[in-house]
Design a binder for this molecule. Structure first.
Ligand SMILES: NC(=O)c1ccc[n+]([C@@H]2O[C@H](COP(=O)([O-])OP(=O)(O)OC[C@H]3O[C@@H](n4cnc5c(N)ncnc54)[C@H](O)[C@@H]3O)[C@@H](O)[C@H]2O)c1
Ligand SMILES: [Fe+2]
Length: 421
């Protein structure tokens, strides 16, 4: 352990021993969030032009070809290429006479190595724009390639807030999962190869110019990925609804998105799922991205990121596992907000108290997670893992999210005990 780490460790032990962790989180967290609010007030966060429904990805190709660009770097993963999800899109680009270079090396939770390889190919093939086709992993990798390309920096130098000085290369996105909402967000998540720790590039310049929500591309998405990604979208919407930075606009997206997910996720997980359910899931996911831009996330993501990195659990699945526990923790301070969601979903009985309605909402979330087949436990998790997970989750939450209520170590231990197998 080096000296700063040692000091950190001593401080953490002292704060824990004196049971000051909630107070410390509150002071540090509120300080950061005040700064963040001030920053957000001056940010112009763009929204992409959206094409929706069947054929949306084809319309996006027609549009790209009208931008007067020469060659697109297509950032995607090998599986999507292999199973033919790209076929119609590539055929349409050919038809439109739009040249492209295909980069298929993205893997789930992409690392900086992948982004650097994409950037090398962008330069080698003289590309002048980027088209992401895939889940959050492909879209995030593509965002950072596009920003690094014009800024002439190494991708890792873009980690942090607003590190890009110049606009990104023209960037377009076609999501093939309904979960991350990355087609709308100002964030990109890139993992460190050694530690698997997720680093965040936050920049208003990485929002795509145009995105296509095309349910046809999601028809073959296997049920476990549909379930996990759908629960990621639900987590974005719920965390935003309970966030201290929620406003009328984010509330609108959150309420609509949550309703669409409760109505459509079980249908989308069934074999031969109806395209309408996929379409609604894609829209809910996009709404989730819009809410992240306004209201941010919360403790669910803070814990899920650590658990996902440590135990290699897909992002949406780890969110699904953590979500009910953080809702139980938040219930006391967010009863009214949770009761509103319960009423919207037609839960509970007439005359039920806010507390009962809030519980009905949490129970409905648990039931949805069970219905779509997600194991609520993290079997590998043991109490000796708790301290580093809690420290990292607190650090992430305090510096990034306007959580409605701050946790103590004991609260966090309770969340993790509930998750352990
Ligand atoms: N930028 C953001 O705002 C944001 C928000 C949340 C999460 N994320 C990040 O996004 C990543 C997760 O993205 P994801 O959950 O969309 O998954 P993903 O992109 O990692 O893809 C998961 C798997 O699904 C497969 N797949 C994707 N679309 C398919 C389709 N239509 N048919 C068949 N298989 C398909 C992929 O090949 C891959 O194997 C994580 O790294 C997470 O941290 C980013
Ligand atoms: Fe997420």
């Amino acid at each position: 352990m080096n000296v700063p780490e040692l000091l950190d460790d001593v401080e953490t032990r002292l704060v824990k021993k004196l049971r000051l962790s909630r107070l410390k989180n509150k002071i540090v967290g509120k300080g950061y969030i005040t700064g963040l609010r001030a920053l957000v007030a001056f940010l112009n966060i763009p929204k992409p032009t959206i094409f929706m429904s069947k054929g949306a990805s084809i319309r996006l190709c027609e549009t790209i070809s009208q931008f007067g660009l020469n060659r697109a770097l297509i950032v995607t993963d090998a599986m999507l290429h292999k199973i033919g999800v790209l076929d119609n899109i590539l055929a349409e680009l050919d038809k439109q006479g739009m040249a492209y270079s295909l980069f298929t090396e993205v893997e789930p939770d992409p690392t900086f190595d992948v982004v650097e390889a994409g950037l090398r190919q962008y330069r080698r093939d003289d590309c002048d724009c980027v088209l992401a086709i895939g889940g959050g992993s492909s879209i995030d990798a593509a965002k950072v390639v596009a920003l690094a390309a014009t800024n002439e920096v190494e991708p890792a130098e873009l980690v942090g807030i607003l590190k890009g000085k110049k606009p990104s290369a023209p960037f377009f996105a076609i999501p093939t999962t309904a979960g991350t909402g990355s087609e709308a967000t100002i964030g990109a998540v890139i993992s460190d190869k050694e530690t698997h720790k997720k680093e965040l590039v936050i920049d208003t310049k990485i929002v795509p110019l145009v995105a296509a929500l095309d349910p046809d591309l999601m028809k073959g998405l296997p049920a476990p990925i549909t379930a996990a990604t759908g629960l990621d979208a639900l987590t974005h919407l719920v965390e935003a609804y309970l966030s201290g930075m929620a406003n009328a606009e984010s509330d609108y997206y959150a309420r609509s998105g949550i309703q669409m997910i409760f109505e459509n996720l079980p249908k989308a997980c069934k074999q031969g799922s109806v395209v309408k359910a996929r379409e609604k899931m894609a829209l809910a996911s996009y709404y989730g991205g819009l809410t992240i831009n306004i209201a941010g996330l919360g403790y669910v993501h803070a814990f899920a990121h650590q658990l996902g990195a440590k135990f290699r659990i897909p992002h949406g699945e780890s969110n699904a596992k953590v979500l009910p526990h953080v809702l139980e923790f938040n219930k006391g301070c967010c009863e009214g907000r949770m009761a509103e969601l319960a009423r919207m979903l037609g839960l509970g009985q007439k005359g039920d108290s806010e507390s009962r309605l809030a519980q009905a909402f949490i129970d409905a979330v648990r039931k949805l997670i069970e219905q779509v087949g997600i194991d609520p436990k993290v079997k590998q998790l043991s109490p000796r893992d708790f301290n580093p997970i809690i420290a990292a989750a607190f650090k992430e939450a305090n510096s990034t999210y306007a959580v409605p209520k701050y946790m103590s170590f004991e609260d966090a231990e309770k969340v993790l005990l509930g998750l352990a197998g």
